[in-house]
Write a protein that binds this ligand. Structure first.
Ligand SMILES: [Fe+2]
Length: 543
């Protein structure tokens, strides 16, 4: 009797699993799907895409003297190491600034597995950066002291407690904690990974962050366009549209204190939950002497050395059985360039028996169908898509376009059951507001020459389609077949990898209840059908 009860219980569990995998929630095995455009939510369209003012308590400096602030955790390339970053001292802005001495404050983290036993110590390095505009009447900026400390020798899937700061100055942080990623392996995955782009610091951004926190992520991926400090002049005057409002400035200005505002607002989340960032166009922030990306490169820690890239613009890391590749569209992506060579080497070293899932992210999407930035990254796609396809990338995440879109499996603009699923989540909530127009809407197809971003490429690469229903045209006359679902709403996504083949993707809209999904699908790796190159094998093999 007991045997039959046990047998029945197993049967029920199997049925439940079957329903959850293939019941009400669709899977990519059911695709390709007919394209769906969710209608614009007129009431929630604008939302509250207004930047938090400097008077908001959440962005004001609360630290005294050289107490740590803007504390964050980032991953290294493997689960046994993380970076802790923070800032001490006050930034300065004005015509007469004096950079702080980075060596004047030590960079120390005490950490351990018990709250009362911070028995280990790690020492890192510190720096300051300046944003200088050599023009009459402009204000210059110099940062507080930015500290980065790498903790090593950590156990996987383990919570560690820490304090950071300079004990000799009597300025250590409050107690914080983080959890390391599970050990790399086909059966180990972080529970939930939050993914968003183009976050900014508006009241919509705060809603996005609140929704993310309610989903209790183990890791946050921020796919470029972080603070939108470059929508401001150096005197702090801001605009929703920089080029509309400030078209007579000799250089594209930025107001760097907004980086500090962003760091303070995000500290409650980022001091406990690791963040991995990759650059967007709004991090470019040109200053005098053609320096760019200084805030981005200085404020975040990247596993660049650990992953062999030696660049803050592209790197890779493992999170359990997932290998993440972070790429940079705003530096050379040509096959003859350093990034491409690094990517080839990194892909060739991925052992899919250890990290079955291969996920790539970069800022500007290849398969967005919105009018904004339509086919803007085509030069990058032409250089890199074949390589990513050959190695069997499972999912691509992008930002840049301020909306949500999920593709069918696609390669070279053709439906392909072994191509990646491309997901755009540039819907974090920044003050530039939502993208709502589609390139296939009547009269909305842009002039191909207008689609070039000079920061992305010197060339215009997007041309008329040569095959398929849109042959001879630059845009489709309806939602393209490679676009499965699109909607212009603010939100974020959560990726839950369940095993070697199933991952649950949910997109959460800010206007919904916390636990409601606007789009949900199981992304399924078809390991018996799709052939790709793997580690140590030059020939294409069955995985
Ligand atoms: Fe962008």
């Amino acid at each position: 009797m007991r045997f039959w009860k046990g047998f029945a219980l197993v049967g029920v569990i199997l049925i439940l699993l079957e329903e959850s995998f293939s019941g009400s929630i669709p899977t990519t095995l059911d695709g390709p799907f007919e394209p769906v455009t969710s209608p614009l939510d007129q009431i929630k369209f604008r939302g509250f895409a207004v930047d938090l003012p400097e008077s908001d308590q959440r962005v004001m400096r609360q630290a005294k003297g050289f107490e740590p602030e803007q504390i964050s955790v980032s991953l290294s390339a493997t689960e046994d190491s993380v970076w802790i970053s923070w800032i001490t001292g006050e930034s300065q802005i004005g015509e007469d600034i004096e950079p702080l001495d980075p060596a004047s404050v030590a960079s120390i983290v005490y950490f351990g597995r018990k709250k009362t036993g911070l028995n280990r110590k790690a020492v890192g390095y510190s720096l300051v950066y300046s944003q200088l505009f050599p023009f009459e009447g402009f204000k210059n900026y110099t940062s507080g002291i930015i500290h980065h400390v790498r903790l090593t020798g950590l156990k996987p899937g383990t919570r560690y407690f820490y304090r950071c700061g300079d004990p000799s100055a009597g300025s250590m942080s409050n107690l914080h904690s983080f959890k390391t990623m599970p050990a790399s392996g086909p059966h180990n995955y972080p529970s939930r990974i939050a993914i968003v782009g183009d976050l900014g610091l508006t009241y919509n951004s705060t809603s996005t962050v609140a929704h993310m926190q309610s989903n209790n992520p183990d890791l946050l991926l921020l796919i470029g366009d972080v603070t939108y400090s470059d929508l401001y002049l150096t005197n702090g005057t801001g605009s929703d549209c920089y080029h509309c409002s400030f078209n007579d400035t000799p250089i594209h200005e930025s107001y760097q204190p907004r980086w500090d505002y962003w760091g303070r607002f995000m500290e409650p989340l980022l001091s406990e939950t690791p963040i991995m960032v990759v650059e967007g166009n709004h991090e470019l922030e040109e200053q005098g002497h053609h320096k760019t990306f200084e805030a981005y490169k200085s404020r975040f820690a990247f596993p660049s050395v650990e992953s062999g890239s030696n660049s803050e613009f592209y790197y890779s890391f493992n999170a359990g059985g997932i290998h993440f590749i972070m790429l940079g569209p705003y530096i050379s992506f040509k096959r003859s360039g350093e990034q491409y060579k690094w990517l080839e080497g990194d892909l060739a070293n991925v052992d899919r028996s250890v990290t079955p899932w291969l996920i790539a992210t970069w800022h500007a999407p290849w398969y967005s169908t919105y009018r904004a930035h339509y086919r803007e990254a085509e030069c990058m796609r032409l250089e890199m898509e074949e390589l990513l396809y050959t190695y069997g990338v499972d999912i691509v995440f992008n930002g840049h376009v301020h909306a949500y879109e999920r593709s069918n499996r696609v390669y070279n603009y053709t439906l392909d059951e072994c191509g990646p699923v491309h997901i755009t989540v540039g819907d974090g909530g920044n003050r530039e507001n939502l993208a709502i127009s589609h390139a296939d809407d009547p009269g909305n197809c842009p002039d191909p020459a207008s689609t070039r971003d000079p920061h992305l490429s010197d060339n215009v690469c997007a041309t008329n389609f040569t095959v398929g229903p849109a042959a001879g045209k630059f845009c489709w006359d309806r939602q393209p077949e490679y676009s499965a679902y699109r909607e212009g709403s603010f939100g974020h996504g959560i990726l839950e990898v369940l095993n070697e083949t199933y991952a649950l993707w949910t997109w959460h809209r800010n206007q919904d209840l916390y636990n409601t999904a606007g789009d949900v699908i199981y992304i399924v790796r078809e390991t018996e059908k799709c052939l790709f190159r793997t580690k140590s094998q030059d020939d294409t093999i069955d995985c």
